[in-house]
Design a protein around this ligand. Sequence first.
Ligand SMILES: NC(=O)c1ccc[n+]([C@@H]2O[C@H](COP(=O)([O-])OP(=O)(O)OC[C@H]3O[C@@H](n4cnc5c(N)ncnc54)[C@H](O)[C@@H]3O)[C@@H](O)[C@H]2O)c1
Length: 455
Amino acid sequence: MSMKNIVQTIGLFVLLFAMQIMYAENPRAIKLETPKRPAGQTDVLKLACDPIPTVRVAFIGLGNRGSGAVYRFMSLEGVEVKALCDVVPEKVERAQNTLKKNKHQPADIYTNKNDWKKVCERDDIDLVYICTPWLAHTPMAVYAMKQGKHVAVEVPAAMSVSECWDLVNTAEQTRRHCMMLENCCYDFFEMATLNMAQQGKFGDIVHGEGAYIHDLRSSNFDKDAYYNMWRLDYNAKHTGNLYPTHGLGPICQIMNIHRGDKMNYLVSVSSDQKGMTQYAENKFGKDSKQAKGNYARGDMNTTIIRTEKGKTIMVQHDVTSPRPYSRLHTVSGTKGYCQKYPMEGLAFDPDAHGFLNDEQRKQVLAEYEHPITKEVGEKARKVGGHGGMDFIMDYRLIYCLRNGLPLDQDVYDAAEWSCLTELTELSVKNGSIPVEIPDFTRGAWNKLQGLTFAE
Ligand SMILES: NC(=O)c1ccc[n+]([C@@H]2O[C@H](COP(=O)([O-])OP(=O)(O)OC[C@H]3O[C@@H](n4cnc5c(N)ncnc54)[C@H](O)[C@@H]3O)[C@@H](O)[C@H]2O)c1
């Protein structure tokens, strides 16, 4: 080959490479590989399993959250608590007392570090309910499914994209339910606005916002608040949005994510870290080890997502600023608008410059109350758990299992909402570059049209 030909060939390759970059949808985006679905494995969209008239439950992790779950289960019909597992014996004891007070049979108790495996291996358990620290969620959920159990797992269900795939692959292989316990989807306002969205009250939805803004400084630095201070530890080591699902879940349901639309990519930006250090200086002194600690997480993280159907979502996370609690829950469409924080507000065309007044808002919320909160809301408010939404979530989980129905939230929801933990960190650490969000359904995101609640 002559020198001229060699130069021409190299030139052609360079041109082709440049064109590929120019025409790629997102030339600068980071894209993680989607693992091939193993032969014979199919999706679990609308998975329905045999009805379980009495759901036999094992709880793993009985701290703040797990103890509340056991209490709520005392008000559910058709459940038997068979096993209580926590590495702190007093926490198991406390949960056992809850059973006793409510005249339930005592459960078998487990207190060793690896006892959770024994719990999952039992052949008289249908559902494993996991409320442990974040990094234990996926290993426990995967193991439980492999032992043939359905799984309910606290938020986030997974802390990395690879863990998300582990959940999806295991659910698809074992054909077991894996529901993340995203309770905020069951709050009264979120459910009413979901109903409004599904009935077209907001018109074409173009934008949504969710958040987890919750001042957790005192809990994070309190050695008795979380087991082994797991939350502080994770906050010190990671940045991005560590806890995206409360804000994102209800918005994804409204936007039909993997039920007609999908999240394509995100960009994520974090502020500097100030809150942890300043709080530690004030509480423990400037020279304390807490004040001198390294805290990776920027105080405020803001992430923007674009969906396949051209919608945008903003998600925020801040757990170290002195400001009121907020999950935002904002929905904006061509005909109307809603927000839950700082105060519930609704506005509709042609008068959307101002909010509906109190009376009008209450009237619209009553008109669009979701059938599920109508059915069980009164009882839920009595039992409690974040104003009742926790009970509605448990009620729906058990109702669907008892009747052999698909669950309201599936493993793809768990993966999509949880994967932001790693993807936001990746974007932040790379100058807020776009990061593609995997399609965990591997092509089936358009198979279902909208979210339905099985009856
Ligand atoms: N959905 C919500 O509104 C909500 C609210 C609070 C917490 N959470 C989630 O619930 C989970 C638990 O949070 P928490 O506040 O209850 O924390 P926590 O530290 O109070 O509870 C965790 C429990 O897990 C136990 N544990 C640790 N390792 C274990 C093991 N190997 N085997 C058995 N038990 C083990 C600990 O002893 C502890 O009792 C977290 O994922 C958190 O994000 C959700």
